[in-house]
Ligand binder design. Structure first.
Ligand code: FNR
Length: 365
């Protein structure tokens, strides 16, 4: 039988009730720059779990202070951070969704103001900080970037440990899926891409050397994350920089197989973000889906693939799975417009029996 949007997806020993995931979306909503989850995070994640998504993924959650994009980002660099997230994971699980956490480090794209405050680079005296990256070349903002440090071997070890510690805390907080963020020009993508990784040591240069640090991070997370719970990795399948040496879809396929061998269950295929010169071919419906499909067709392993970008309708999400272009439909902005995307999808596709409408909302669906 053909899989569709409401076919459960087994991953490790965890089963997703359907093929919809709430894409990680930064809320820039922590108080007092402390990285602790607030009521806003509760409502953002809880209401999308009520809406029926099989996976509710947190926004990029910083594994260390320097890994925040903005000072108001969510974090998981202490046990207090895990405690602040535990009520959310309990609630999400009670709705039948799987709570996931995106573990992130913003690399040289850290230390900016929030989007609604201009998304400007912040100097240390403005509340910013020294950022970390493969080299000391800062992100090419129009304005001056905060200073960037080329990571030493000791820095690499610290950040690797920070990812592992964050995963351990996420487990304590009740998360069931850990997603390693290696996309959108943030730290791990900066190691993958030849655009940003011009190191001359064992962590830069050819493909094998550039994937070394991201793979070490994935392995460190996998080591603390129980076998029965899935690990996802988000990548940018292409740098969208066709005119220069850059990360390509073929690189992504090779990397996906290596990630799978390292114990990754699903690769979440996004694109872009490494450099402002990127040329996005179009921003229309399903604008990145073709990369997910190419990765799915290209891998030698049984790695599952999530597709993201411009998925806005139930029919589109359903056809992705039916036609074998992806195993999971990852929906971002449409979930901001409609937290109940999955319940609406079941209604529209005539699959009402496949979702648990909360009794409080029964008369609406
Ligand atoms: C995002 N995106 C994003 N991606 C990610 O990997 N981690 C993150 O924390 C964020 N934060 C974020 C915030 C907001 C407000 C938006 C709109 C987007 C990207 C997002 O997950 C998704 O990949 C894109 O929005 C494309 O998918 P849609 O929105 O077209 O479904």
């Amino acid at each position: 039988m053909t899989d569709d949007l409401f076919t459960p997806l087994p991953l490790s020993e965890t089963t997703l009730s359907n093929r919809v995931m709430v894409s990680p979306m930064c809320q820039y909503s922590c108080d007092a720059r402390d990285g602790l989850a607030t009521d806003w995070h509760f409502q953002h994640l809880a209401s999308r779990a009520v809406g029926g998504a099989g996976v509710v993924m947190t926004e990029a959650t910083a594994v260390e202070l320097r890994g925040r994009i903005s000072p108001e980002d969510l974090g998981i660099w202490s046990d207090d951070h895990a405690d602040a997230l535990a009520d959310i994971t309990d609630f999400v699980r009670e709705q039948g969704s799987r709570p996931g956490i995106q573990l992130a480090h913003a690399g040289r794209k850290a230390a900016t103001s929030r989007p609604w405050e201009g998304h400007d680079p912040l100097q240390p005296e403005e509340g910013g900080w020294e950022t970390l990256a493969p080299t000391d070349e800062p992100y090419p903002y129009d304005d001056d970037a905060p200073p960037t440090r080329a990571m030493t071997e000791a820095d690499l070890a610290d950040v690797r440990d920070a990812f592992a510690d964050a995963a351990r805390r996420a487990l304590d907080a009740g998360f069931e899926i850990a997603e390693v963020h290696a996309a959108h020009g943030y730290l791990l993508h900066e190691f993958l891409s030849p655009v940003t990784n011009t190191r001359e040591d064992a962590y830069g240069g050819d493909f094998e050397s550039r994937i070394r640090f991201p793979l070490e991070v994935i392995e460190a997370v996998r080591e603390v994350w129980p076998d029965e719970k899935p690990v996802f990795v988000r990548i940018s399948a292409t740098d969208w920089l066709p005119d220069r040496e850059s990360w390509t879809v073929d690189d992504s396929i090779r990397f996906a197989d290596r990630a799978s061998e390292a114990g990754v269950d699903l690769i979440d295929v996004s694109a872009g973000g490494i450099h402002p010169d990127q040329q996005i071919p179009s921003g229309g419906p399903g604008y990145q889906i073709r990369y997910g499909r190419r990765v799915r067709e290209g891998v030698d392993t049984d790695l599952k693939v999530g597709a993201v970008g411009g998925i806005t309708t139930p029919e589109q999400a359903d056809s992705l799975v039916r036609n074998g272009r992806a195993d999971l439909a990852i929906v971002g902005r449409e979930h901001l417009r409609d937290p109940y995307f999955t319940l609406h999808a079941a209604q529209k596709l005539g699959r009402d029996d496949e979702v648990d409408v909360p009794p409080q909302y029964h008369r609406a669906f």
